[in-house]
Design a protein around this ligand. Structure first.
Ligand code: NIG
Ligand code: FE
Length: 412
């Protein structure tokens, strides 16, 4: 099966030589080809170049992309889209003056979502989550990481991970699963956090590893949740069970979790709204990807990750949605890219790199997706007729996407 995209006004994020990620000044470089063609064969990018070199192809599937741009799909490396119900009530509580922390202390927040999820059947959880997945696919996401962490019991965490597995088996989008049992201490273990950590390590992790339910392990390293010591313990246990570390860290306070992540070979450290100079220093020259979640900053009215400072210090940066019921009830990566430009002063080039190739790296998918490279999956966005790629963040809140393709097939 062949599809030929021809007369593409501009083909974006063209990487002839495969790369892992871009950092520092390179983030401001976004290679493109104007007046281009792109050939997809059996779901994979097989050729691309300037229209003048377009080969003669016999296929009925020709897409005339005159006036339109083609980009690799967004790579969203941090989400919690498997959840039950919603937290609209807490949203109104925050409008009325309560903070996210105050709501959590009163038993709301993650524990509220955990209660709702524990009371929801696996089938119902799948049905609710499927709606969100379909929605984000239509908004242009072509690879996604999904976390557990709203179960907080052996049974409910496994339920979440099985739902992720079913989504993975059902939808053509790339999905990676993360075990985030250490998202909050459940009420039952309120005075026995150690006991809960032992449950995660001794009961949950071996089952997850046996059933191959996750690729990554995560923990919420934050004052009032889990300490740096807890983080080291969980990451090491995860590694022993074949899970690669990723962490939620420096969202409200900087307590040394970034260093612990780097030390334990974390693939990514996510949130980073509060960054000390020493946190930036410790990330330099490592293989750990910093990940910013601007929708969460927007929704909670908390500081944005200091992207300018980090990129100017030579670091890479990825952008993700953090789609979850409490701090970012949106998985729209177009909004993420726009907000990164508008609020974090990232250039369109930096934001697009951060939401494609760097996001792919933060999921271990940099060889599969995230750029226009021969051999990669044809997970693509075809825009409406727009003047340039900078128009995507500029015209924020309006979708510039006309069609999305996963493995070369147009999504209806
Ligand atoms: O990434 N910060 C921790 N976890 C989620 C939010 C959890 C919730 O409020 O449900 C996050 O923002
Ligand atoms: Fe998160």
């Amino acid at each position: 099966m062949k599809t030929l995209f021809k007369n593409i006004k501009e083909l974006i994020q063209v990487r002839t030589e495969p790369i892992s990620f871009v950092s520092g000044k390179q983030m401001n470089v976004l290679p493109t080809i104007k007046n281009a063609f792109l050939l997809v064969e059996n779901g994979v990018i097989s050729n691309f170049g300037s229209m003048q070199d377009c080969p003669t192809i016999t296929t009925d599937k020709i897409v005339d992309a005159s006036g339109k741009l083609v980009l690799p799909s967004w790579c969203d490396s941090h989400t919690h889209i498997v959840y039950a119900g919603n937290r609209e009530g807490e949203f109104v509580d925050r409008i009325n003056g309560f903070t996210y922390e105050e709501i959590a202390v009163r038993g709301g927040g993650i524990l509220n979502s955990a209660k709702q999820l524990q009371e929801t059947s696996e089938e119902e959880l799948y049905q609710q989550s499927k709606v969100r997945l379909k929605d984000i696919i239509h908004s242009g996401t072509g690879a996604i990481e999904i976390k557990s962490g709203y179960g907080l019991t052996v049974e409910a965490e496994l339920k979440m991970l099985r739902v992720i597995k079913r989504l993975k088996e059902t939808f053509p989008i790339e999905i990676k699963a993360t075990f985030l049992g250490a998202h909050a201490v459940p009420l039952k273990f309120k005075n026995n956090k150690k006991g809960y950590l032992q449950l995660l390590i001794n009961d949950m992790m071996p089952k997850i590893s046996e059933e191959k339910l996750a690729e990554f392990v995560d923990i919420f390293c934050e004052s009032g949740y889990f300490t740096v010591e807890d983080t080291e313990l969980i990451l090491r246990a995860g590694i022993k069970n074949g899970l690669t570390p990723k962490i939620h860290v420096n969202q409200f306070t900087a307590i040394g979790g970034v260093k612990a992540g780097v030390k334990n070979g974390a693939l990514s450290v996510d949130h980073l709204e509060v960054m000390r100079n020493e946190d930036i220093e410790v990330l330099k020259g490592t293989s750990t990807m910093p990940v910013a979640l601007p929708s969460c900053s927007y929704f909670l009215s908390i500081p944005y990750t200091p992207a300018r400072k980090m990129i100017d210090a030579g670091l890479p940066l990825a952008l993700a949605s953090d789609y979850n019921p409490g701090s970012s009830p949106s998985g729209n990566m177009n909004f993420v890219v726009a907000t990164a430009c508008i609020k974090m002063k990232m250039t369109p080039e930096e934001a697009i790199n951060a939401a494609t190739i760097n996001g792919a790296y933060a999921m271990g998918l940099e060889k599969e997706v995230g750029s226009i490279t021969v051999g990669k999956k044809a997970n693509l966005l075809l825009t409406k007729p727009i003047p340039s790629y900078g128009f995507i963040p500029y015209a924020f809140g309006n979708s510039q996407i006309e069609k999305v393709y996963l493995k070369g097939l147009e999504i209806e």
